[in-house]
Design a protein. Structure first.
Length: 681
């Protein structure tokens, strides 16, 4: 007998989209009873979500109704070098004061105003649509948004012509999957569903990662290479493909440029040299190459962990060339996926942020978000331009997430820096603001989304009216523009008007609004016959090479003598960057900040499991609980992040130890290129 469940009279369901920085970009089904969200689920009919959500997002209502949620504008009444104190103020007075301060700075030099945002929401509206219009109109400096993915993005663009890859669903048909630099169970759940399906059908899964992750536990093999040596491993695999004639010579001849140069480089990386650099065995190199060459089709799921080192861009380039050398791209279940976001480029409206509102004759200054610590401490110089006098932070928490946080904190503590933060909670950055403005969560506003792990456009309908006095980012920037005296029509457009402008006519907005998602019309095997989006349609192999870390025993032996352990700082399983850290049920699962260390390294330092330890280098010191664990390989410690600083033992987190040096491509941070020592606290 079929049981049909009908909604109660006070119940409705709303179609939404997960806003967070995750490749899955899930389609949500939000259940509302009597005006309150009671359940957040995945949409069962969305191809990649198929009704399932991660633990974090399934508890999204808990985050929206959190007791510490910001619901009113706040103004600072304490100094920035003392415990933060704020008073509640009206929106009218807050916006009037902020506008007066910004207009005064802009009258001297608008580029002294700096926006700072990233992926607190991945939505096109609540991200940069109205914010971009405001900062273009006032003439502010631009932000180089590099903190997560720009090294890999630059690498894919140099190799394939854009950020492109295979379709998610076809991983289920692969015979071999290399999960490279990705803890998919924690950070890419729906890919893992397809990988598991392939595994049940006989596919071999190999995890390549310095840490023995939860994903590595479920794979047939784990290759625990040293941080920053992925490019060397890729060259070592190429060496074996060449000397054993495991190449698709026809594909290379037709569709790859620069092969002779790459071949010469790869022949310099026999298994023994590769193994020594990577900290693995020569047999692992040979076996991996043999498995990759023999499996038809073979697929690579690459993620961003491996590109957070000095040579991360070149490493991505080299790995991205592997399916070109074996002809894996001929199959729809072969190839590589790091990001699919480039597929959306022809469908997105480049004028959504209205760059025409910027009237200055010269190109705007661009400040790299990964070096914000240095930037906030710069004085006015001809090279840098004007000293930063104001920062408007939205969709980010730089005091917690930016590298070398002692400098970031010092910058935000400047008494002469005017800081406005749009937020849901009192984060580490909000604690140092002059004004904190309450923003809506995804359940309370309209937005449209693309993805970087699949090829569907999604819409998020609001399920609730904004709680308290919270306003959407779009509305805050509309009202701030009005307070600044900007009267252009661009600042009077509604969220629905913005959503209808977000895409070209190729996306039917009304159909999107009704169904909740729309799939892009793309070929199943996009590069089966080349047709990469490069200038000549061929993959570009020239120039790709292994680049060593800034900080390693090989590249910096004197530094390594003092700080012999490499530290990586992958995200804790139940957090997403610094989001969800304050959701009690998730923090209870994580317990407290921990540093994982191998038993050999703990024994050499006479450190016991569960001890409080000090992790340190020349940049700073961080106290944490020690966990002696097989998840850490010898010579490497894992400082799980990104905890809010104020929830750490001494008000710090792992970014106390990271540096601001940038990657070889894409100007990205090198979070996992970091030498430390560990001692008893």
């Amino acid at each position: 007998m079929n049981i049909v469940v009908t909604p109660s009279p006070g119940q409705k369901t709303v179609k939404g989209a997960c806003p967070h920085d995750c490749p899955d970009t899930c389609a949500l089904k939000i259940t509302v009873e009597d005006g309150r969200v009671v359940k957040v689920q995945g949409q069962a009919d969305h191809p990649s979500t198929h009704g399932a959500l991660c633990t974090k997002v399934s508890r999204y209502a808990e985050r929206t109704y959190h007791a510490e949620r910001l619901l009113h504008p706040l103004k600072r009444v304490s100094r920035k070098d003392e415990a933060p104190r704020f008073e509640q103020v009206s929106w009218e007075s807050a916006l009037a004061d902020i506008a007066t301060r910004l207009n005064s700075i802009a009258a001297r030099d608008p580029q002294a105003i700096q926006p700072y945002s990233y992926a607190g929401t991945m939505g096109m509206l609540q991200g940069e649509a109205m914010a971009g219009r405001f900062f273009n109109r006032i003439g502010a400096s631009q932000l180089d948004r590099t903190i997560c993915a720009s090294a890999g993005a630059a690498a894919l663009t140099a190799t394939y012509g854009h950020k492109l890859g295979m379709h998610l669903r076809f991983f289920a048909e692969s015979q071999l999957i290399l999960i490279w630099g990705s803890n998919s169970i924690a950070s890419n759940l729906h890919f893992w569903t397809y990988a598991n399906q392939a595994k049940r059908n006989g596919a071999k899964l190999i995890c390549i990662d310095p840490r023995k992750t939860e994903t590595a536990d479920k794979c047939h093999q784990h290759i625990a290479l040293l941080p920053g040596t992925d490019g060397a491993l890729a060259l070592g695999l190429m060496h074996e493909l060449i000397v054993n004639d495991w190449l698709d010579a026809d594909y290379i001849e037709r569709y790859v440029d620069g092969w002779d140069e790459l071949r010469e480089k790869a022949l310099q990386w026999p298994p023994e040299r590769t193994a020594e650099v990577c900290g693995i065995s020569a047999d692992e190199v040979r076996g991996l190459a043999r498995d990759y060459a023999a499996a038809k089709p073979a697929a690579i799921r690459l993620n961003y962990g491996m590109q957070r080192v000095r040579g991360g861009g070149n490493a991505v380039r080299l790995v991205a060339l592997l399916p070109c050398l074996t002809g894996a791209w001929r199959h729809r279940a072969g190839g590589l996926l790091l990001s699919s976001s480039g597929w959306f480029a022809p469908y997105k409206n480049p004028r959504l942020e209205r760059p025409d509102l910027r009237t200055a004759q010269k190109a705007p200054r661009v400040v790299n978000m990964s070096t914000i610590g240095d930037a906030l401490l710069e004085e006015t110089t001809p090279e840098f331009g004007p000293k930063i006098e104001a920062v408007i932070v939205y969709n980010s928490n730089p005091v917690a997430v930016a590298p070398e946080s002692p400098k970031v904190v010092k910058g935000f503590q400047r008494a002469d820096l005017f800081t406005v933060v749009l937020e849901h909670f009192m984060t580490d950055t909000a604690d140092l603001a002059d004004y904190v403005l309450p923003a809506t969560t995804q359940l309370e506003h309209l937005d449209v989304h693309t993805a970087y792990g699949h090829t569907d456009v999604l819409i998020n309908h609001p399920a609730l009216a904004p709680l308290g006095e919270a306003k959407s980012n779009t509305q805050i920037f509309r009202e701030l523009a009005a307070a600044c005296g900007f009267d252009e029509q661009a600042f009077r457009e509604s969220d629905e008007q913005l959503a209808r402008q977000a895409f070209t006519d190729a996306i039917d907005f009304d159909a999107l609004a009704e169904q909740g998602w729309q799939s892009l019309p793309l070929a199943e095997a996009p590069f089966a016959e080349g047709r990469f989006l490069t200038a000549n349609g061929r993959a570009q192999a020239g120039g790709a090479d292994y680049v060593p870390n800034y900080e390693s025993a090989r590249s910096a032996p004197e530094l390594a003598a003092r700080y012999p352990l490499a530290m990586i700082s992958p995200p804790a399983r139940n957090f997403l960057n610094s989001s969800f850290v304050n959701v009690k049920s998730l923090r209870d699962i994580e317990g407290e900040p921990i540093v994982e260390i191998h038993a050999d390294d703990a024994g050499a330092r006479d450190l016991a499991d569960g001890a409080m330890v000090r992790v340190f280098n020349d940049r700073g010191s961080y106290r944490s609980r020690l966990k002696v664990s097989e998840r850490a390989r010898p010579g490497v410690v894992n400082g799980l992040g990104v905890w809010w600083r104020k929830l750490g033992v001494d008000g710090t987190n792992v970014n106390e130890l990271t540096h601001q040096h940038l990657t070889d491509l894409g100007r990205a941070p090198s979070f996992y290129d970091c030498l430390v020592e560990v001692a008893a606290a």
